[in-house]
Design a protein around this ligand. Structure first.
Ligand SMILES: NC(=O)c1ccc[n+]([C@@H]2O[C@H](COP(=O)([O-])OP(=O)(O)OC[C@H]3O[C@@H](n4cnc5c(N)ncnc54)[C@H](O)[C@@H]3O)[C@@H](O)[C@H]2O)c1
Ligand SMILES: [Zn+2]
Ligand SMILES: [Zn+2]
Length: 345
């Protein structure tokens, strides 16, 4: 089969690769019909994710059709159309029983990291019964590709952890795919304000179309004053960090109102300061989370019912043999204006 293989920092190749086989009776093999590229794949390519070694097929998002199942798989059979979760989960270990699938002792985020991923014609999915979701008849499969990772991430790490409520005020720092996913799913709760903050006017314009009540370009260094002016000098009940750098985390701690929550989504590779000297008396909470994808069934229902349309995040489409071009487009988002690139078999 063909696959996109990580070849060590800065290098990747679209090349011939051996087909995956069933290793454990709980595995399934899925023929990938649609996949995409995540910002995390770019992090791997930069060499930021040491657990991912050269020779690994990248990708942790996608939909497809089951081609083969192990003898212990009971929920799915060959021919079933499925959504692949970025998190593999046994459903039985201590963490899975606490619905922390991301910390499954024999799963978690392994796909396209420590085992071969979805940017291939075929992928092996471990713990298939609990890591795949059936695609309902008539569903829009392009939209569902957004449910493998970015929608549950924005919703679980941002909206749920940020305790977004009817009437509450929300600021989302970072208007990339993840921040926009948080923006879309925050609206389930009817907050009174959702202020989107970014350096990129194009992404802020997208945020406005997606339902932001205000947009703030923070490149002038005056985002705190702008948010205070929008919230009667209170700050926001939920400050959601969707970038992953020290400056944006610190910004969130300056934007949060007394009693509010800083919900961190971003993957941080560098030391970040926590200014307890100015936060200790503000009754705030700070949350962190690796996406668990426990909200996937709920998100599937809301997408199928047209309550939200994550397909709006797709800006570019490629065939699988154009995946190198897809990486170039996605990696050059400032010029290409890419959000999510859809890659089709
Ligand atoms: N916690 C999890 O489970 C999880 C899962 C997936 C992704 N992530 C992380 O979420 C983060 C966001 O992902 P993404 O794909 O949307 O990333 P992205 O890089 O596409 O988007 C980040 C956005 O932040 C903006 N930005 C950069 N510097 C800024 C600054 N100083 N001030 C304001 N805005 C700034 C950029 O213009 C961009 O629009 C990444 O760190 C990613 O690794 C976390
Ligand atoms: Zn991802
Ligand atoms: Zn488990």
């Amino acid at each position: 089969m063909k696959a996109l293989v990580y070849q060590g920092p800065g290098r990747k190749a679209y090349q011939e690769h051996a087909n995956p086989t069933i290793n454990a009776p709980t595995d399934a093999i899925v023929r990938v019909t649609r996949t995409t590229i995540c910002g995390t794949d770019l992090h791997i390519l930069k060499g930021d994710v040491p657990s991912c070694q050269a020779g690994r097929i990248l990708g942790h998002e996608g939909v497809g059709v089951i081609s083969e199942v192990g003898t212990a798989v009971s929920t799915f059979k060959a021919g079933d159309r499925v959504l692949i979760s970025c998190i593999s989960a046994c459903g039985k270990c201590l963490y899975c029983r606490r619905l922390m699938y991301s910390h499954c002792t024999s799963g978690g985020w392994i796909l396209g990291n420590t085992i071969d991923g979805t940017q291939a014609e075929l992928v092996r999915i471990p713990h298939a019964d609990n890591s795949l979701y059936p695609i309902p008849a008539g569903a829009d499969e392009e939209a569902l590709v957004m449910l493998s990772d970015i929608l549950p991430t924005g919703f679980e790490c941002g909206v749920l952890n940020g305790k977004v409520q009817p009437g509450s005020t929300v600021a989302i720092v970072g208007s990339g795919p993840i921040g926009l996913a948080a923006l879309l799913t925050a609206q389930f709760y009817s907050p009174s304000q959702i202020i989107m903050i970014d350096l990129d006017d194009n992404r802020l314009a997208v945020a406005q179309r997606f339902g932001a009540t205000s947009i703030v370009n923070s490149s002038d260094g005056k985002a705190v004053a702008a948010v205070m002016a929008l919230t009667a000098q209170r700050g926001v009940d939920a400050a959601i960090e969707a970038v992953g750098i020290p400056a944006t985390f610190e910004l969130c701690t300056q934007l949060v109102a007394p009693g509010g929550t800083v919900a961190n989504i971003g993957v941080h590779g560098k030391k970040v300061d926590l200014h307890l000297e100015s936060l200790w008396d503000r009754n705030i909470s700070i949350t962190t989370r690796l996406v668990d994808t426990v909200s996937t069934p709920m998100l599937l229902s809301t997408v199928n019912a047209h309550r939200i349309d994550p397909k709006l995040l797709i800006t570019h489409r490629f065939k699988f043999d154009q995946i190198i071009e897809a990486y170039e487009t996605f990696g050059n988002a400032a010029q290409s204006r890419a959000l999510k690139v859809l890659i089709e078999a």
